[in-house]
Design a protein around this ligand. Structure first.
Ligand code: NAD
Ligand code: UDP
Length: 333
């Protein structure tokens, strides 16, 4: 039996494929390479280039492969872009989910593990954020993901397709050996941007806002290592295989770091000065996002290995130093 990973050429998906292969699973990947990289996919996984919304293509893949479960990473995820182009997000993310569930149902594949996000909660009412807290997204990206969760809920009711929604907080880091890592164009996430400054590719870091009601005025976020995150997907798949009901889990560390603290940690890890300046707030940034993540630890038996941000940054820096141009495939895509 095969695990089908949609979006397996992306940052998080490629780490999940790698972990699945390491743990002995048979893996197939579907990706249209719109933001992903062919070179990121472990060579032991079979690769199908195509779009989740292309039902003919997807049906062919499901005909060829004997699929025991699906892990679905394929989506757009840049919040400011979603504010300007909401339909692009509802089309790729939300309509993509409808297409996938139709094909899964047709082929009697009844298990899906899904990349959800802290962005489905919107501005939190309390910290840490619990899975049962209200989900009121403040941007189309978060809305598209919340709609995907709801579509899975109703598909469970109607067709018995069981799901686990994993709501990630801030994902960072890279595989320890530096062979795969984060390579987004444009890059919008804090850790890789800080490391671009450390590497001399950017002049300085702009810290978006220092007047938030936090310990030092900058936003506070909860960082989780990409390999720990990848492992949670495997546990979620096994949880469904054991016959458990659909569920949702936060994936975070339950610890918050401010943007200034992240900068200091990166200065320490890299030994570089990393020039930074204060800049205006970025629209739509909640002040503080910290996960209550005991549910994943208790129910899935998730045991993250990386419990401090310096270790997370160190692995991202190792990837950055060994791959200054990322996968260096922009012209071939
Ligand atoms: P990514 O852009 O690196 O990976 C997404 C992958 O999906 C890419 O390889 C892309 O080519 C592929 N893809 C997109 N649309 C597709 C389509 N229609 N058909 C086939 N393939 C398609 O992103 P990532 O950072 O690895 O994020 C993966 C998932 O995790 C996304 O769903 C994102 O919403 C979610 N997420 C990410 C973060 C984070 O911090 N990176 C946080 C919360 C949630
Ligand atoms: N951030 C920043 N400068 C940057 C990029 C990000 O100050 O160049 C801040 C951003 O405003 C937020 C935090 O870093 O407070 C994390 O942002 P990121 O985009 O990495 O993740 P998000 O929390 O938005 O999912």
């Amino acid at each position: 039996m095969t695990v089908l990973v949609l979006g397996g050429a992306g940052y998080i998906g490629s780490h999940a494929v790698d972990r699945l292969v390491q743990k002995g699973y048979d893996v197939a990947v579907v990706d249209n390479l719109v933001t992903g990289h062919r070179a990121a996919v472990n060579p032991k996984a079979r690769f199908y280039e195509g779009d989740v919304r292309d039902q003919k293509f997807l049906n062919d893949v499901f005909d060829k492969e004997d699929i025991e479960g699906v892990i679905h990473f394929a989506a757009f995820s840049v919040v400011p872009e979603s504010m300007e182009k909401p339909l692009k997000y509802f089309d790729n993310n939300t309509a993509g989910m409808v297409s996938l569930l139709e094909v899964m149902n047709k082929h009697n594949v009844k298990r899906i593990v899904f990349s959800s996000t802290a962005a489905t909660y919107g501005e939190p009412k309390q910290i840490p954020i619990k899975e049962t807290d209200p989900q009121i997204p403040t941007n189309p990206y978060g809305e598209s993901k919340l709609m995907m969760e709801k579509i899975m809920h109703w598909s469970d009711q109607a067709y018995g397709i069981k799901f686990v929604a994993l709501r990630y907080f801030n994902v960072a880091g890279a595989k320890e050996d530096g062979s795969i890592g984060e390579d987004h164009h444009p890059e919008t996430h804090l850790v890789p941007i800080i490391l671009q400054v450390a590497a001399g590719e950017r002049k300085e870091l702009s810290i978006f806002g220092d007047d938030y009601p936090t310990k030092d005025g900058t936003n506070v976020r909860d960082y989780v290592h990409v390999v720990d995150l990848a492992d949670a997907h495997i546990l979620a798949l096994e949880y469904l295989k054991a016959g458990h009901d659909s569920n949702a889990f936060n994936l975070g560390s339950s610890t918050g770091f401010s943007n200034k603290e992240m900068l200091e940690a990166a200065r320490k890890v890299t030994g570089k000065e990393i020039p930074a300046k204060m800049a205006p707030r970025r629209a739509g940034d909640p002040s503080t996002l910290i996960a209550a993540s005991d549910k994943a630890r208790e129910v899935l038996n998730w045991q993250p290995q990386f419990d401090n941000v310096e270790d997370i940054i160190r692995t991202a820096w190792n990837w950055k130093q060994t791959h200054p141009q990322g996968y260096n495939d922009r012209e071939t895509k």
